[in-house]
Design a protein around this ligand. Structure first.
Ligand SMILES: [Zn+2]
Length: 420
């Protein structure tokens, strides 16, 4: 049973409506509407879900969009978004919005000094586990100190600085409903000692984020409430994930607590469920949990099974623009020449606008010709696929058959390779 209106006085709250083992279905209430969870939140990095109008995004089932504080800080700049009335108004999206803190981009995209954000430890040689590794052909241009991170813009090369306070100020001006604390991103290549130091530093930064966020709210009481999520780091170490989640989950500064939590950083794929469970077990039950930057189908299922409420990832749109499209029988690349002679839809049971109106042949032609409509149609299909998949997870939790749904979906998705 779903209870009506559980919004708290500030317009933000979470309510669990059903559970299946550790998986849960719920509702996040925000000042711009509700999000039925678990939910996949498409990424609108620069205040646009690339190639789609907001109406297209809504029509395919998106309940919320997640933009990026690092990118929006560079262009058009947070002052423009504030004058425009906030992120949602600026992009004509009247529904809930998220921004991430910029920490990930500062450490990966903005700096580029790491070889990869590798999530598979079997691909990482022990010799590469160094905190000073630099990508081939790149110089180290992001430096972490106790107060924050100094880095160079990936656009202009200009020297920039992010601190917890600056990230809060930028995200406050951008004005999303849900924002994230500024954390330090580590990778699986960092040493155990460095991960320990980083978890402690991220905790100190989390306290500063809470204090600054509260200062901004008090100075601007008329702005809609922004929920602040703390971020749990700790890489692939059980004790560090538990410690980080315990610290961030119970943090109370002068009566202030986080409204929800992000689980981020180095998430090793083959122990993803364990990593999430280590964190979730220590987090308060009555607040939402977001898994940052994950969208592979089996990872999404494992995330839901472990108690994650929301997900985001650029991947469905990005791979779609390159011609990779999802089906229940696996992903295939529609650019291959054989699809020029295939006049069926991407898959016949799909309810999306693309599959209802266009053939594989047409999509193959558009993407090979780099026509803009190809990006639009592929993005609609892929985002629809992932958004509906998580919506069906929600339905199966409520109907008490999540395990059966997960097993049958994954058996078909991973088991067949009919398109290869
Ligand atoms: Zn479709």
């Amino acid at each position: 049973m779903i209870l009506k209106n559980n919004s708290s006085a500030n317009g933000f709250s979470y309510k669990k409506v059903a559970e299946y083992k550790n998986a849960r279905a719920g509702i996040i209430y925000t000042p711009h509407g509700k999000i039925e969870t678990p939910a996949f939140i498409p990424v609108a990095t620069l205040a646009t879900l690339k190639a789609l109008t907001p109406e297209m995004a809504r029509d395919l089932g998106a309940q919320a969009l997640l933009a990026n504080a690092y990118h929006l800080n560079l262009r058009p700049g947070p002052d423009i978004l504030e004058v425009a009335g906030g992120l949602g108004k600026y992009m004509n999206w009247p529904y809930p919005t998220f921004t991430d803190s910029g920490g990930f981009q500062v450490m990966s995209l903005g700096s580029g000094f790491k070889k990869v954000i590798e999530m598979d430890s079997t691909k990482i040689l022990d010799s590469m586990k160094s905190d000073e590794d630099v990508a081939e052909g790149k110089s180290r241009i992001a430096f972490v100190d106790e107060d924050g991170v100094t880095f160079r813009s990936h656009l202009s090369g200009e020297k920039l600085r992010f601190t917890p306070e600056i990230s809060m100020q930028i995200q406050f001006k951008i004005g999303a409903d849900i924002i994230f604390a500024f954390d330090e991103l580590t990778t699986l290549m960092n040493s155990r000692k460095y991960q320990e130091e980083s978890v402690d530093r991220t905790f100190r930064w989390a306290k500063r984020c809470l204090v600054e966020h509260n200062r901004l709210k008090k100075a601007n009481p008329k702005k809609p409430y922004q929920a602040l999520f703390g971020v749990v780091q700790g890489a692939n170490f059980m004790d560090l994930r538990q410690k980080a989640a315990r610290q961030i989950g119970s943090l109370n500064v002068d009566g202030l607590e986080f409204d929800g939590f992000g689980i981020g950083g180095a998430l090793e794929k083959n122990i993803l469920s364990d990593i999430i469970s280590w964190a979730v077990d220590q987090l308060p039950e009555n607040k939402p949990r977001h898994l940052l930057g994950i969208s592979e189908i089996d990872d999404l299922f494992n995330g839901v099974a472990s108690g994650i409420d929301t997900f985001d990832c650029v991947s469905p749109a990005r791979v779609g623009r390159n011609g990779a499209v999802y089906t229940p029988d696996g992903r295939f690349n529609i650019k291959r020449s054989k699809y020029l002679n295939d006049f069926g839809p991407i898959f016949s049971d799909c309810d999306c606008y693309t599959c209802k109106n266009f053939s594989r042949s047409y999509l193959c032609h558009l993407i090979r010709s780099k026509e803009m409509l190809g990006s639009t149609l592929a993005t609609i299909h892929n985002e629809n696929f992932i958004v509906k998949l998580i919506a069906n997870c929600r339905k199966s939790i409520i109907e008490n058959n999540f395990s059966q749904f997960k097993d049958s979906f994954l058996r078909r998705y991973l088991g067949k390779t009919i398109y290869s």
